[in-house]
Design a protein around this ligand. Structure first.
Ligand SMILES: NC(=O)c1ccc[n+]([C@@H]2O[C@H](COP(=O)([O-])OP(=O)(O)OC[C@H]3O[C@@H](n4cnc5c(N)ncnc54)[C@H](OP(=O)(O)O)[C@@H]3O)[C@@H](O)[C@H]2O)c1
Length: 270
């Protein structure tokens, strides 16, 4: 897919940079068709120098440069951005918001026009183009906006579509998930050291075991339980390890972690 229209970023921080890089690398748009506004001029100049995007002086001005707008400011700055654009925006514009917890209905009612709005919950591995993003449509967004959002977020990883009410659950699983994986990685690396491996080798083994196992599920499309059974020989080493995982309640601990993070997301943003 190649975009025929320009894209405007409202906020040019970490996530905007990841998306801009993905969009350019995947050939959706060239840098000269990407406009960015940000209150931090130093940041804008860095982006211009690094990536060659077009700098815009205000949030309102970006509406003249692009019809597809991506809100990429922190949630507390969303009201300011909406106030800046609400007079000039038209229903032929479309908005994608990545601001955590800000509902499409909130943006729609603030703008008070039938502007298509899409909300996306990406995760940090988007910074290395291995993220996963969940996409939800607002009241005025349809298939056309969905397919543009899909193309944009596929440029930084994998994409799923969910009903907006499930975005707290997405936050609890894939939003917070990288932190769970880092802890598991660190623990496996510590475990390797405790059984005699040098730290760098332990980390390398843990890391590639995690990547490789995920790839096995992705590429063989087998259920993880089936793959686990394939490496578990009777009275062997793996079943001895699995018994300890069950004793330590790894499964229910992970379920509890995702449940707690989902509840916390609901508390923070409802
Ligand atoms: N980073 C992630 O992994 C991640 C994951 C999921 C969702 N998100 C969401 O993505 C959004 C962006 O996160 P981020 O980590 O990229 O944030 P960030 O690095 O802080 O970037 C936001 C940028 O917007 C600027 N800004 C603040 N107020 C503005 C305004 N009124 N108009 C224009 N620009 C303004 C900020 O400038 P100052 O620094 O000067 O304030 C900053 O340069 C957040 O809403 C977050 O919830 C991020």
């Amino acid at each position: 897919m190649e975009f025929s229209t320009s894209i405007g970023f409202l906020g040019g921080g970490v996530m905007a940079e990841a998306l801009i890089t993905g969009i350019i690398k995947s050939g959706l748009l060239s840098a000269d068709k990407i406009f960015v506004s940000d209150i931090n001029y130093e940041r804008l100049n860095t982006l211009k120098r690094k990536i060659g995007i077009q700098v815009v002086n205000s949030n309102a001005e970006i509406l003249k440069k692009a019809e597809l707008l991506i809100i990429a400011v922190k949630p507390h700055a969303v009201d300011q951005v909406l106030n800046d654009i609400k007079d000039e925006i038209t229903p032929s514009h479309e908005i994608i918001s990545i601001a955590a917890g800000i509902k499409t209905s909130y943006i729609e009612s603030h703008l008070n026009k039938k502007v298509p709005v899409i909300r996306v919950m990406p995760n940090t591995p988007c910074l290395v183009r291995s993220g996963v993003s969940a996409i939800s449509c607002g009241a005025y967004a349809g298939a056309e906006q969905e397919s543009k959002a899909k193309a944009i977020f596929e440029s930084v990883g994998h994409v799923v579509f969910v009903e907006e009410k499930l975005l707290d659950a997405v936050t609890g699983l894939s939003g917070s998930g990288p932190a769970y994986m880092y802890i598991i990685l660190e623990a496996l690396s510590d475990a390797g050291v405790s059984v005699g491996l040098p730290r760098d080798i332990a980390m390398s083994l843990a890391l590639h075991t995690m990547i490789g196992s995920a790839k096995m599920v992705l590429e063989t499309k087998k259920h993880p339980a089936e793959l686990k059974d394939m490496v578990t020989t009777p009275a062997g080493t793996t079943i001895a390890g699995i018994r300890e995982l069950e004793r330590g309640k790894l499964r229910s601990t992970l379920i509890d972690a995702v449940t707690a993070a989902t509840l916390r997301s609901k508390q923070l943003f409802s």
